[in-house]
Design a protein around this ligand. Structure first.
Ligand code: SAM
Length: 293
């Protein structure tokens, strides 16, 4: 699309009044903002934000200046009441956090929850998120992923929390602060074992962006080999448990079918097992016949 056509499309974007626009903003690179986000910010009556100083400087980078309303983790429910009243008056409200997508390890979810309960019109304006940025370059997304965010700070609690995730087949997505990164990686290795694959994304989209993929047994050495590697912002992805699908599916089929066959004919047991496991009918039928024999 030519630039002129794109500008034309942008000027024709619908930004209805009386709606809350939840806007993703850059996680480091000022250029990572969508044209639609800029369009909405330009016409917004007020911008609800995590930290007014950060958002003022973000808006000024785009030549914008707007009334701001602080909406942080300590006043979200209160602010929601004010926002509902403003929406009823027909205002357009933008909601942003300091970086990335509001509500993702950031304030925003409670406001959205309250406004939804109040029946308000809420519109997503998608943008960056460190989790999705890291996932997109990991090669770990075949089995889906589970967003964890920040782990408990205390060592014992962190280990307990991680143990509950030990057998998760989906890739796990963690955020961590730089001063805790080494300790956190140690905990991951302790619970998941050294062979599990990990990807670390550091300072994504920024000047000194770095990513590293390897095993948990090697990640400590990578982090320690350069003092800069304990600075900046980190996303850590741990690949999920790799199961041999064929084998685990068959084991599950055997377990479930042997229970069902005690009280059902083969056809009924197979039909029920399909519903329970989501496995293919053919596989279940063959297993059922073997069990019967
Ligand atoms: N709402 C944000 C999002 O959508 O990604 C996350 C906010 S959370 C308070 C901040 C954490 O996100 C950081 O401590 C870090 O773990 C991760 N993060 C944010 N920006 C990042 C970046 N550029 N590179 C790596 N990790 C980042």
């Amino acid at each position: 699309m030519q630039l002129e056509t794109l500008m034309d499309t942008m000027s024709r974007q619908q930004v209805p009044e009386g709606a809350l626009y939840v806007i993703g903003t850059p996680i480091g690179n000022i250029c990572d903002i969508s044209l639609r986000a800029l369009t909405v910010l330009e016409v917004a009556d007020v911008v609800a934000c995590e930290d007014t100083r950060n958002t003022r400087s973000l808006l000024s980078a785009y030549g914008l200046s707007k009334p701001l309303l602080a909406a942080h983790q300590h006043n979200e429910r209160e602010v929601a009441g004010q926002l509902t009243a403003r929406l009823e008056r027909g205002e357009r409200i933008a909601l942003v956090s300091d970086a990335g997508t509001p509500g993702i390890s950031d304030p925003g979810a409670r406001i959205v929850d309250s406004l939804r309960e109040a029946g308000c019109h809420i519109v997503p304006i998608p943008g960056p998120s460190a989790a999705v940025a890291a996932l997109s370059i990991s090669g770990f997304t075949d089995n889906g992923f589970r967003f964890v965010g920040f782990l408990p700070i205390k060592h014992a609690q962190r280990l307990t929390f991680l143990r509950a995730l030990q057998n998760t087949p989906e890739t796990l997505v963690f955020y961590e602060a730089p001063h805790r990164i080494k300790e956190m990686l140690d905990s991951l290795s302790q619970v998941f074992g050294g062979d599990r694959r990990v990807m670390v994304g550091r300072e994504l989209t920024k000047l000194f962006e770095e990513t590293w993929r390897g095993t948990l047994s090697a990640v400590g050495e990578w982090i320690s080999s350069d003092p800069n590697r304990t600075r900046g912002e980190f996303v850590i992805l741990v690949e999920g448990v790799q199961v041999d699908e064929g084998q685990s599916g068959e084991d599950e089929a055997k377990r479930i079918l042997s229970i069902l066959l005690e009280s059902m004919p083969v056809s009924g047991a197979v039909a029920t097992a399909v519903k329970i496991t989501g496995l293919k009918k053919n596989l279940l039928y063959n297993v059922a016949l073997r069990l019967k024999a």
